[in-house]
Design a protein around this ligand. Sequence first.
Ligand code: HEM
Length: 121
Amino acid sequence: MKKLPMIAAIALSAALLGCSKSELHVAMEDMGGSLKAIYQTESLDEMKAQTDAFFVALEKAKSQVVNPEDQATFEEGLKEVEELALQVKAALEAGDAAAAKALFPQLKDVKEEYHDKFGVE
Ligand code: HEM
């Protein structure tokens, strides 16, 4: 029983599966991770750092090209997300974490609206 080649094959498949995630998928996951971190922490500094990270991921998402017929809708949705995220940033800069977190339901709505449009589960 040759276990080593089998383990190598499994590891390789896992690596390939990992690679199959599109850049957009990774950027979206990073956006979601930052929002979750903002929501879960009590530290204003941490919230600000995660907001910066959110914008980095959002820029990565914005730089992606989708089907030509979907590109305008894609840009419109990310613009809506960006506008809300700028409000989150402004609230944090004013030291108002509660106002920042109060914008999250709107972010969730935009996400759900556009995920529906793009058929994202
Ligand atoms: C705060 C806003 C958003 C967050 C946190 C977010 C997060 C995510 C996450 C985590 C995924 C991976 C699949 C999943 O687990 O559901 C995803 C996929 C996707 N999202 Fe978003 N999303 C947001 C807004 C948007 C908007 C506005 C659009 C379109 C304009 C969009 C388009 C997509 C598409 C096309 C995918 C599929 C990408 C792929 O798997 O290749 N998302 N998003």
